[in-house]
Design a protein around this ligand. Structure first.
Ligand SMILES: Cc1ncc(COP(=O)(O)O)c(C=O)c1O
Length: 355
């Protein structure tokens, strides 16, 4: 592989370690894919239909730069104003927009550890200083986090890769104790015990919630995410975004998806049932499994089996799960909740490996 940019790349990126996404095999056929927390179900038939109808001659025209149709559908769904919604090319883009809008070169971003591994490389691109706060042993927030004076901090809740869930009081303590913006990354919140959009409706001036259509709406391939917050925070994101960050078909899919609540709720219910089954299946085979509030489980293989070796052995047999080399999670595997057939294939293959 050539060295990115050779000698032209800016000095801050000479030792840059990018985020490595989970493997997307070129051929989908034949793989049991439980590595990137995609939906086990396809998107709603209403979404597919809307997308088909959306393919037409008007694709020659740029989309509405403010995606007003989609923002207003999302706003209706959550009972907030249209000016409280920003749309992006996946939640990942909204995360990046937070760096553009709220912190900068030499300034800080406060992160928890372990957390979603995308924040660190984005911080490096923006030449931000990272202040790191390890979670407590029982996965609650350290006191130092709320007190950190960084202009921007991220809290993934439910967290990834652990799947753990912070109670309302803990979230409020961070929001109320922080002088800067708290970006509450709620990519997995639809699988959690409680819906918390009321925190946005209550108008905390420094709170931004980030959501995605990739998980509970089964639209990872469309790249759609959104942020909810006060009109001032949303205006800041819109100020720094690229003009046409959501394409015409993406906006069409967002409206159809958010309006098909029945399909969404059925999908979430299916995942919750399957999460229970997967947790039980893994525990029965000697794995330690953390209670999960997300569409994946975080588990530790039985003693004498290394997580890295197990992920590699599974992958050789075309079963993909996620393993991170970094501490404190290198002894664990993150496994997406799938269909019963996928779980059976996973558990059967695990038995072959541990035999
Ligand atoms: C915590 C967290 N935030 C954000 C994202 C990104 O979501 P999107 O696919 O909308 O970019 C993910 C994706 O896995 C995630 O785990």
């Amino acid at each position: 592989m050539p060295r990115a940019g050779g000698s032209y790349v800016k000095a801050a990126l000479r030792k840059f370690a990018p985020y490595t996404p989970g493997l997307q095999p070129a051929e989908e056929e034949g793989w049991v894919k439980l590595n990137t927390n995609e939906s086990p179900w396809p998107p709603s038939p209403r979404v597919i239909q809307a997308l088909r109808s959306g393919v037409g001659e008007n694709l020659r025209l740029y989309p509405d730069p403010l995606s007003r149709g989609a923002r207003s559908a999302i706003a209706r769904h959550h009972g907030v104003g249209e000016d409280q919604v920003a749309l992006g090319n996946g939640a990942d883009e909204l995360i990046e927009l937070c760096f553009r809008a709220f912190t900068g070169k030499g300034q800080a971003v406060a992160l928890l550890q372990p957390t979603y591994p995308v924040y660190e490389p984005v911080a490096a691109v923006h030449e931000c200083r990272v202040s790191r706060h390890p979670y407590t042993a029982d996965h609650t927030l350290p006191e130092s986090f709320a007190a950190d004076e960084a202009p921007l901090k991220f809290v993934a809740n439910p967290n990834s890769p652990t799947g753990t869930w912070l109670d309302r009081q803990a979230v409020l303590e961070v929001v109320n104790g922080s002088s800067g913006v708290v970006a509450l990354d709620e990519a997995y919140v639809d699988f959690a015990p409680e819906e918390r959009t009321d925190l946005i409706r209550n108008g905390h001036e420094n709170l931004l919630a980030i959501r995605t259509f990739s998980k509970s709406y089964a639209l990872a391939g469309m790249r759609l995410g959104y942020a909810l917050g006060t009109p001032e925070l949303i205006a800041a994101l819109n100020l720094v975004k690229d003009s046409y960050n959501v394409n015409r078909l993406g906006a069409v899919a967002a409206v159809a998806a958010i309006e098909d609540g029945e399909y969404h709720d059925a999908l979430v219910e299916f995942v919750l049932q399957q999460r229970k089954a997967l947790t039980a299946g893994l525990r029965a085979r000697g794995f330690e499994v953390l209670p999960s509030a997300a569409n994946f489980v975080f588990c530790r293989p039985p003693a004498s089996h290394r997580a890295a070796d197990m992920a590699a052995a599974l992958s050789e047999r075309q079963v993909l799960v996620r393993h991170y080399q970094q501490e404190p999670v290198s002894g664990w595997l993150r496994i997406t909740v799938g269909t019963s057939e996928q779980h059976e294939a996973l558990l059967r293959t695990l038995e072959e490996i541990v035999r």
